[in-house]
Design a protein around this ligand. Sequence first.
Ligand SMILES: NC(=O)c1ccc[n+]([C@@H]2O[C@H](COP(=O)([O-])OP(=O)(O)OC[C@H]3O[C@@H](n4cnc5c(N)ncnc54)[C@H](OP(=O)(O)O)[C@@H]3O)[C@@H](O)[C@H]2O)c1
Length: 419
Amino acid sequence: VAVPGRLPGSPPPRGCRPAAMEGTGRPRGCSAGGPAFQAPRPSSSRAFLAGLLWGMKGRTDPVRPLSMGLRASTFLGVTDIPLMLRSPFAPACADLAVMAEPARTKRILVTGGSGLVGRAIEKVVADGARQPDEEWIFVSSKDADLTNAAETRALFEKHRPTHVIHLAAMVGGLFKNIKYNLDFWRKNVHINDNVLHSAYECGVQKVVSCLSTCIFPDRTTYPIDETMIHNGPPHSSNFGYSYAKRMIDVQNRGYFEQHGCRFTAVIPTNVFGPHDNYSIEDGHVLPGLIHKVYLAKQRGAALTVWGTGTPRRQFIYSLDLARLFLWVLREYDEVEPIILSVGEDDEVSIREAAECIVKAMDFQGELLFDTTKSDGQFKKTASNSKLKRYLPDFKFTPFEQAVKETCNWFCSNYDIARK
Ligand SMILES: NC(=O)c1ccc[n+]([C@@H]2O[C@H](COP(=O)([O-])OP(=O)(O)OC[C@H]3O[C@@H](n4cnc5c(N)ncnc54)[C@H](OP(=O)(O)O)[C@@H]3O)[C@@H](O)[C@H]2O)c1
């Protein structure tokens, strides 16, 4: 059975798009700036049969072939499979995900929806970025403990998402990472495996997970790019978090090669913004500094920055990251991850970041550096060339403005802020 796309024979290489979508003259997966590209649609029976035959290879039971038939049809946008062909063998959740939806409704589940990045996506969606065919569902650990496989599966069966933005993770700054490397590894590996496998079992069309530039090798050349994730050990301070995050990339590749799933990941640099974790002990450097400046100002004390102040970082405002997440979800078609970052020239030292906060909060006191504290990785300068190839006109909020907005948010929400 010859079907346009990738179904017959062995799976295609990573990041490959259906043959019918090639030759559009745009970067792969990019439709920014032009009309959305519509792949020709095969008939339901051809798509279903191709998936069925592919799934039958080496199998005697009917479940996988039928499931693959359904996945093939779903991936190619065909939703009119006769009900009698779907039950009782196909997984219940995959069945529902395809049948209960009008053909083009996207139900987008955001794990980690109560965190810094999740709240930013929620705001951007609420402020007008939502498209008419999209339904957004934001969940937190109160909805399900994603380290638990049964709870994760139940969450997916309840919401039956067609798309997932996967943000939930054990997250923390340098000092929390140093103390709890094992916990970072175990919790995040469990969360990621449960989410990705539930997404696969429930026939989710696309998952966008979240890596981080701190997972790259410690000893490396600069700038870091997307091809370098697995090139050497990460910095020893956060090896647990880093290896767990790297495995998402391994899993995305596996789900694509074995099952044809479009699971991908983004790699943001240091994120900051409203709803961050402003804990001085456990949070990231920028929100921790904002909290310290707030307290120093109240107490009329000096501001003590931990470390030498010389390490360099690229900071991305959570609302900019949120806008980029929407683009990745809707337009980016590669399985390979993409770095979401400001340019290399926008990298700042910790001292410069502290001075920016001092200015934003009008702090008049002394600035000190406690050099007995660890600096962490000196720098992790990332290239945003791939992003710029796709979105050459994307405008980041200027760092000073974003810091000012974040400080204002923290001061106005001091009582409810995480800290
Ligand atoms: N912040 C950064 O600088 C940065 C940089 C690069 C990448 N990232 C990545 O971006 C993503 C979002 O980070 P963030 O800064 O927004 O984190 P965050 O503010 O700490 O939020 C973490 C989110 O994960 C949820 N969560 C944690 N454990 C969970 C569990 N066992 N079950 C279900 N939900 C759980 C939390 O729910 P509750 O609120 O209920 O606890 C919360 O919604 C993460 O994957 C992180 O690795 C962050």
